[in-house]
Design a protein around this ligand. Structure first.
Ligand SMILES: NC(=O)c1ccc[n+]([C@@H]2O[C@H](COP(=O)([O-])OP(=O)(O)OC[C@H]3O[C@@H](n4cnc5c(N)ncnc54)[C@H](OP(=O)(O)O)[C@@H]3O)[C@@H](O)[C@H]2O)c1
Length: 310
């Protein structure tokens, strides 16, 4: 095939593609259940099995059976070990879920030529830079979570599976454990809150991430995108940047709550895992390749808050 020719569509007309979603009960996975539903039949696997088959990424035999039985045309993996602080003392389990299982999944899909979209993190970077990180910048994680996620990226790329890896950051939404929902609770409960002001990143709404994932996957399934040419790493986060303190302030103003916010340095809020001071990602490669754009984080925050009863 010459570089100009599009890849063959996964299904010919009339057949609905089968999409295996792994991690269907996570923040991003839960949104993906909805956004992927318009593309085909979603086989929504999760560790609890509430929406479809049970999957535990620690069990490679189960993973192989899931792929064989689901017979997917594409896979989206939104499952991960995401407890950043706990990973510091749970390195082995974090590595098995975030790196080893991703490599194993990649090998299973490479054998069958099945494309996969997988997520990674801004925490692969050390955060010492002063401008947004590009995909060309050298990854050097500060913590175990970042190390294991980087391991997953490398394992997937090595596996030979047709893959897209979207590195995202500071994910929040109307459901799940996240900064927005924690802040809305604390801002109501407390008169005063101390928030870290020396870590800067880009808040990303789980729903926008799921929507853009679906738009890209649509083109993969139609054969409009050849992952041999455009596969690999992409940065995909809300546009713009802010500190945790600035993010908290924006939530406070929009929710019209009364609480005094005090900016503090990270050293006043010690946590087991070190975090990057500046982990803003440059989305230009994603925009130029797919012609899609993540809205400014403030726009997405407004839209997300409309979904949350105040
Ligand atoms: N959240 C963020 O701020 C953030 C930032 C950058 C990148 N990311 C990446 O974005 C992706 C989606 O993250 P998210 O925010 O949606 O995370 P999340 O809400 O923690 O969801 C992760 C899901 O993975 C499941 N899971 C954990 N261990 C598993 C296992 N052994 N087998 C199968 N499933 C397992 C979890 O189930 P249980 O909850 O039942 O354990 C959970 O449903 C991940 O790749 C993450 O690394 C997230």
């Amino acid at each position: 095939m010459t570089p100009q020719q599009p890849a063959a569509p996964v299904k010919t007309s009339g057949q609905r593609p089968r999409i295996l979603l792994i991690g269907a009960n996570g923040q991003v996975g839960w949104e993906l259940r909805r956004t992927l539903a318009g593309l085909g039949e979603v086989i929504a696997a999760s560790i609890e099995g509430g929406y479809g088959p049970i999957i535990d990424l620690l069990d490679h035999g189960l993973l192989a059976r899931l792929v064989a039985e689901a017979r997917p045309d594409a896979v989206v993996n939104a499952a991960a070990y995401t407890a950043v602080d706990k990973a510091e003392t749970d390195r082995d389990v974090a590595r098995r879920i975030n790196a080893d299982a991703v490599g194993e999944l990649g090998r299973l899909l490479a054998e069958r030529g099945i494309p996969i979209i997988h997520y990674s993190t801004d925490f692969v970077f050390p955060g010492t830079g002063k401008r947004p990180y590009t995909e060309e910048d050298v990854a050097a994680p500060l913590n175990v979570y970042g190390e294991t996620k980087l391991g997953g990226e490398l394992a997937l790329l090595d596996s030979g599976a047709p893959s897209l890896i979207f590195r995202t950051s500071w994910v929040y939404g109307a459901r799940g454990a996240n900064f927005l929902l924690t802040m809305l609770r604390l801002l109501r409960e407390k008169d005063e809150l101390r928030i870290v002001d020396d870590q800067v990143g880009s808040p990303t709404w789980s729903r926008m991430l799921a929507e853009l994932t679906a738009l890209v996957l649509y083109r993969v399934l139609r054969g409009d995108l050849d992952l041999k040419q455009v596969g690999g790493l992409y940065h995909l986060t809300g546009s713009g940047e802010v500190s945790w303190f600035g993010f908290a302030q924006a939530i406070l103003e929009r929710a019209e709550l009364n609480c005094r916010l005090i900016p503090i340095p990270s050293t006043d809020y010690p946590a087991p895992a070190r975090r990057p001071a500046y982990s803003v990602l440059d989305n230009r490669k994603f925009q130029e390749t797919f012609g899609l754009h993540m809205p400014d984080w403030r726009v997405s925050l407004d839209q997300c808050l409309e979904l949350i009863p105040c």
